[in-house]
Write a protein of this length. Structure first.
Ligand SMILES: NC(=O)C1=CN([C@@H]2O[C@H](COP(=O)(O)OP(=O)(O)OC[C@H]3O[C@@H](n4cnc5c(N)ncnc54)[C@H](OP(=O)(O)O)[C@@H]3O)[C@@H](O)[C@H]2O)[C@@H](O)CC1
Ligand SMILES: [K+]
Length: 456
């Protein structure tokens, strides 16, 4: 697993359970269990703490190490602990502690050093005073046990431990060379936290780089609104609000003026322009919202799918005009509600069939409902939330636009679907909190940046 995945689980756990204190108890217990089973009783253990939850894990371990002679060593002061969980661990376990002026002596007198300076919250090579402390620990000759990851890892200047007790799974890049012997410990992150999308999934959104140029944050084309201009507008505005750079809408001559005058940020073209424009200059395309069911539209879609090599999101009328075979072999997600699912795949809209069909055709399916089901045929994820007002017209168009926006940022496509469904339902929740059931699709679209900005 990578650090983002671990942070994602952490955040989604907090969203569900309020905080991660119970996980910290399990993490501390796991470290203590390893140390007390590996080393002789009454060993002199020095737990060196930073200021985040990694320190909290270390402090918590002390409460399970009654058989050892334990000292808690802060590099700063207890009141510098930054998180609620770490402060609570300290307050509830009321240990005697030492500060930096006692460090040398404490290292010298110890037999085992528990390294709880940094975990996955590190954001670059350790700065002073931590880097000097890490040098001292590394040159101490004592047994070093790192909590979760060696502090400073994966950057240069990290702790070089004999053992690392890591939580949930090995993080990318961890080897016996960098971590010593690795002990993986399950700290009890429940299955629903892994399976349900939440704010933690927004951590996968790339932040725009300060020197980014136009197009780097995603370019999208929508093939939509040939019949219903509103659907194209909703999907395009939703995509735009995900922070992509360019949203092009290809539509009918009839709706060209309506859509182009709606939002100044959109580039609007007619579907005849598709013959001359290079569709492959888009990172993702969305086909379907507001299209209508004229048989000629099927040919337009089939032509585009043949020509286009990027990521395709197919929604609404595209799912009535096309069959799964048209999309086989493409990087593609479809976003049907139950009725569209049956039309498109020819089977009932059940979770089992969603998995089966996705596997068969190599397509990601987002089966929309009270709980959205997202599957690539091998994995299943869910998004719950929202409220009864989401039955209004336009929420499906908005979702398709959101997923297209995320896909255009080259986030892994199944994750893009998790993020899109999460933002959609969360926007509805925020609107409900503000306005009760009396909100509109425009209110929801306007909340997209609020949902995203809360977390990235
Ligand atoms: N995954 C899970 O579900 C669970 C995870 N858990 C545990 O939480 C750990 C993650 O905790 P965390 O996010 O609080 O961050 P953590 O690593 O303690 O350090 C952050 C501190 O370091 C600082 N800092 C950062 N970089 C720096 C630098 N280069 N040089 C100097 N300072 C630097 C930074 O300060 P800042 O830069 O923000 O001022 C901040 O104060 C995780 O590894 C695991 O042990 C468990 O409790 C249970 C559930
Ligand atoms: K550590």
């Amino acid at each position: 697993m990578d650090y983002i995945e671990a942070k994602r689980d952490d955040l989604n756990y907090s969203k569900t359970y309020g905080d991660t204190y119970n996980l910290m108890i399990n993490a501390g217990r796991a470290v203590a269990k390893f140390v007390s089973s590996k080393f002789k009783q009454h060993s002199k253990v020095l737990i060196v703490c930073g200021t985040g939850n990694n320190a909290g894990d270390g402090i918590m371990a002390s409460s399970f190490l009654n058989c050892m002679d334990v000292k808690i060593q802060f590099i700063k002061e207890p009141f510098d602990l930054k998180t609620y969980e770490a402060r609570r661990a300290f307050n509830e376990n009321n240990q005697k502690y030492f500060t930096i002026e006692d460090l040398d002596k404490n290292i010298q007198e110890s037999e085992i050093i528990i390294d709880a300076i940094f975990g996955i919250g590190i954001n670059g090579s350790p700065r002073e005073p931590y880097s000097s402390v890490i040098s001292k620990i590394n040159s101490s000759g004592k047994i070093i046990v790192s909590v979760d990851v060696p502090s400073g890892f994966p950057y240069p200047g990290s702790v070089k431990p004999d053992y690392t007790v890591t939580f949930t799974g090995i993080k990318d890049g961890m080897t016996s060379e960098t971590c010593g012997e690795i002990i993986v410990s399950d700290i009890g992150i429940p299955e629903n936290v892994i399976k349900y999308s939440g704010p933690g999934d927004l951590l996968y959104l790339p932040k725009p780089l300060p020197d980014s140029h136009k197009g780097m944050n995603g370019r999208i084309a929508l093939i939509s609104g040939f019949t219903y201009s509103g659907s194209a507008i909703i999907a395009a505005r939703a995509a735009y609000n995900t922070g992509v750079d360019l949203v092009r809408v290809y539509t009918s001559q009839n709706n060209y003026n309506i859509i182009s005058s709606y939002s100044a940020g959109l580039i609007v073209r007619t579907f005849n322009d598709l013959d001359n424009d290079d569709i492959n200059q888009n990172d993702a395309i969305l086909i379907g919202p507001g299209l209508g069911l004229s048989p000629g539209y099927r040919d337009i879609l089939i032509n585009i799918i043949k020509k286009y090599n990027g990521i395709i999101i197919a929604d609404a009328d595209a799912l009535k005009l096309l069959s799964p075979g048209h999309l086989e072999g493409k990087k593609c997600a479809v976003t049907p509600h139950a009725g569209e699912f049956k039309m498109f795949y020819g089977v009932d809209a059940t979770e089992e069939n969603a998995v089966k069909m996705s596997k068969k055709y190599g397509i990601i399916t987002v089966l929309k409902g009270k709980v959205d089901i997202i599957t690539d045929g091998d994995n299943i994820f869910y998004t719950s939330g929202g409220n009864a007002r989401m039955t209004m017209g336009g929420t499906g168009d908005m979702l398709a636009g959101l997923i297209a926006g995320m896909a255009a940022k080259h986030i892994n496509l199944i994750r893009a679907c998790m993020i899109g469904t999460y933002i959609n339902k969360e926007a509805a929740r925020i609107c409900y909190d503000d306005l009760g059931y009396y909100y509109s699709i425009d209110d929801m679209i306007n909340k997209i940046p609020y949902v995203i900005n809360n977390k990235i």
